[in-house]
Design a protein around this ligand. Structure first.
Ligand code: HEC
Ligand code: HEC
Length: 305
């Protein structure tokens, strides 16, 4: 989460002319409210798996055991108090009023049905097949999204946070359908993009490229400063195939880190590294193949603890 604010604060510090009036957080609400989804049980099940991988890190509350939202603990206090939303189907506290098209619009562009900029969800390269499955799941009868009368709290930015946030921009709604890659390495690239690995594991949140992740500075070379659950700095790790990265890791080592949260050197990986328990073997395999294919970066990252 911190990733979203740091670039903005940097710009703030370097630009005295950034006036409060420039804090644009509202845009024209979705023009597109249609998105055709022909839901089936198989689609909803796949959508649930994808939502566990892509939405749960921010929306799943372990107390309610539902997608009822929570405080984003890794956002520094000077930015404000940020809460994700209750995305169960509750009519007022949840998202029962969202149409399929409005959800698609939010996830593509980062603009909510009220026109508020929420760049946390932006997934410009997500395949329509996966986007449809996630939306079918959100509108399903699954327990995770059963209507729950709960409000995690409302996001309140400080002035600094608001100025920072307004530096994120909405993305354009794609002109064409996006296909899911079938080639192994391409699938790995797709997952590293859509599971946001590159976001945390590149050099800095200040130099992330959402449309073209590989253009992010220090792509997958680690060293990005994040906050752990106690508000202490934790550095992301170098995931390239260099001796300072995961050059000596086997596919099995990567699988254990991703699905069990334990590193090759038997360290229990700290928050905010998500646990990706729902990854399939062939997906881990694809990520491994892709990481092997990208340029190796010489960057020794100190283990923060
Ligand atoms: C990095 C954290 C993060 C991830 C990942 C994330 N969200 Fe969110 N989401 C948020 C936050 C924070 C808000 C509330 C923003 C605000 O209050 O301005 C939010 C709000 C929402 C809303 C409510 C919009 C509204 O109008 O109130 C929906 C719907 C939503 N998210 C869906 C999703 C879905 C579906 C996924 C997975 C594909 C997802 N989110 C992944 C952080 C996240
Ligand atoms: C929200 C930020 C975040 C996201 C998203 C994220 N990671 Fe991490 N990851 C971290 C942090 C922080 C650490 C270091 C944890 C520690 O040192 O205990 C880490 C550690 C790791 C490690 C351990 C490496 C080592 O040398 O011990 C692996 C492997 C890893 N991540 C892979 C991934 C992959 C693959 C993805 C995407 C599927 C991903 N991560 C997504 C933050 C993240």
């Amino acid at each position: 989460m911190k990733r979203l604010f740091v670039p903005c604060l940097f710009m703030l510090a370097t630009s005295a002319i950034l006036l409060v009036s420039a804090c644009k957080l509202y845009y024209t609400p979705p023009a597109k409210t249609e998105y055709s989804i022909n839901a089936s049980a198989a689609m909803e099940a796949e959508g649930k798996r994808l939502a566990m991988l892509m939405c749960a890190p921010c929306h799943y509350d372990s107390k309610t055991k539902q997608f009822s939202g929570k405080r984003m603990e890794d956002v520094p206090g000077f930015v404000g108090k940020i809460y994700s939303r209750n995305i169960t189907q509750h009519p007022t506290k949840g998202i029962a009023n969202y149409t399929d098209g409005e959800l698609a619009f939010l996830i593509r562009t980062g603009i909510s049905r009220d026109g508020k900029l929420m760049p946390f969800m932006q997934r410009p390269n997500l395949a329509d097949q996966d986007l449809r499955a996630i939306i079918a799941f959100l509108h399903s009868k699954d327990d995770l999204v059963r209507p729950l009368d709960a409000d995690p709290g409302r996001t309140q930015y400080t002035m600094l946070g608001k100025m920072g946030m307004s530096q994120s921009k909405p993305l354009a709604y794609p002109a064409k359908e996006i296909a899911k890659p079938s080639d192994k390495t391409e699938l790995g690239k797709y997952l590293v993009d859509n599971l946001s690995c590159y976001d945390c594991h590149s050099k800095s949140f200040m130099s992330i490229n959402k449309m073209f992740p590989e253009k992010s500075k220090g792509f997958m070379g680690g060293g990005n400063k994040l906050l752990d659950i106690n508000g202490k700095t934790v550095l992301s790790r170098n995931l390239t195939f260099h001796e300072t990265g995961i050059g000596s890791w086997s596919e099995q080592d990567l699988r254990r880190a991703l699905t069990e949260g334990i590193s090759k050197d038997n360290v229990v990986l700290a928050f905010p590294m998500p646990m990706f328990s729902d990854l399939k073997d062939e997906e881990v395999s694809a990520i491994y193949a892709y990481l092997k294919s990208i340029p190796a970066i010489n960057n020794k990252v100190k283990r923060s603890r």
